[in-house]
Design a protein around this ligand. Sequence first.
Ligand code: ADP
Length: 448
Amino acid sequence: MKKILIANRGEIAIRIIRACQELGLETVAIHSIVDKNSLHTKLADESVCIGQNPSLQSYLNIPKVMSAAEITGADAIHPGYGFLSESSEFAKVCQEYGLVFIGPSPRQIEILGNKVEARKLAISANIPLLPGLTEPIVDLKQAKISAEEIGYPVIIKASAGGGGRGMKIVNTPGELNKQLLIAQSEAKSCFGLSDCYLEKYLSNPRHIEIQIIADHHNNVLHLGERECSIQRRHQKIIEESPSITLDQNLKNIVANYAVSLARQAEYRSLGTVEFLFQDNRFYFMEMNTRVQVEHPVTESVTGIDLIKEQIQIAKGLPLSFKQEDVTFTGHSIECRINAEDPFSFAPCPGKVKEYHQPGGPGIRVDSMLYSGYTVPPHYDSMIAKLISYGKTRKESIQRMLRALKEMKISGIKNNSEFHKRILNDSNFQNNNLSTKFIENFLSKENIS
Ligand code: ADP
C-alpha cells in the first residue's frame, strides 16, 4: 500500500492525511467544486475534483470516487466517517477493483449497519439489550401488541438509521399510528429502506461507548470507554474519556460486552460499540463500523494513534500491542464546534474573516478552518473539534474553557459560547449527566 485516496472532506480528511504522512504514504484528496480551496485539498499530495456540490454528485457518488482512484493510481481508500463510510456496496466495489477499503468487510458493514441484524447478533453473544423487536415492524397491529408488552414509552427506530435521524418516541398508544407512519417514511427518504423496529425508551440514560480495535490475526482489543451523553436531538456535541461514573468493575463489564460482540461479528478494524446505561445496567444499542468523530479523546488518554493503527490493520499487519499494554492516563474532553447560531442552533455557513486557533498545554484542534475560508452550506456544519487533556477531569474542563475563550472565529456564528455555558454549568462540572442534559439545561436557562 503506497497511495491512499481519502473519500471525505473537512477535518477528518485532514486527520487521515496527517496519519498517512507519518506512515510515509502518499495521499489523494477528492473534492466538490465548492471545496476547491478547502484545506484538505491543499494538504494532500494530489487532489481531484469529482463533481458538483451536492453530496450525491460528489462525495456520495461511487463511480466518481472510483474514477478518481483509478486516474491517480491509488491502491487504498479511507472513507472517514459519514458519506460512504458505512456503505457495504462501496466496500464491495473497492474489493472488486482490487483496492483496499480501510475498514471492515462489506459483510460486516451490512450486518452491523442494520440495527435489527445487530440486535440479533448481540443476543447470540449474550449481550443485554432493551426489550423490543428483533424483526422489522410488520404492521400497526403488531407494533401495538409489542408496545403494550414492553410498556410505554417506546422508541421507533429506522433499521438502517444513523446520525440521530429517523427516531420517534411514542408515549401513548394513541400516538403510535402517526409516529410509525412518519418514522417509516423518514426512514425511506433518508436511508432508502422503510424498515423500522421498536424498543423500550429509557427516560434518563447515559450514552457510554467502547472503542474496539481488531486485526486480521484474531486480536480483538478495547481502548476503553467514552461518555457521550451531552447530545442535542440525539447528536453528540461533547464527549469525554474516561467516564468517571463507572467503577473498574462496570468498565470491565461493558468492555467485555463490546469485545464479545466484535468477536461474534469476526470484526477486523476500528469500531465502536454503543450502549445506554441506566440504574447500573448497560443495554446494547448499535455498533458503528468506522472511525468516530470523538476518537481523539481515546487517543489522548491511551496515547494510541487510531487512524495509523486502522491503516496498519487494513494492510494486514498484526496489532503492535496487547490488551495489557493499553493504559489509560488523565482525562480528555472534546467539544464539537459547529457553524450555527448559539441560541437557535440554525446553521450559519459563510466566510470566516479571521480565525485564531487556540493552543497551549493539553489542547488539540482538528479543523479545516483558516482566515478567509468560506464554510459551504452543502455539508455538515461541524467546523472544528477542540480536544482538551488534563491530569484530571477538572483540569481538562479548565483547559477547554481557556481554549474556548482563546479561539476567535469572526464572520460566521458558531456554538463556542454554548459550549462555555455548558462547561460552566454545575451539573456538568459535577458529572450529573444524562442524554436529557441539554434539554434540561435549556429549559433551566429559559426559566432563569
Ligand atoms: P444513531 O445511529 O442515529 O446515532 P442510536 O441508536 O445510536 O442512533 O441512538 C442515538 C441516541 O438516541 C442515543 O445516544 C440516545 O440518546 C437516544 N436513544 C436511542 N435509543 C434510545 C432508547 N431506547 N432510550 C432512550 N434513548 C435512546
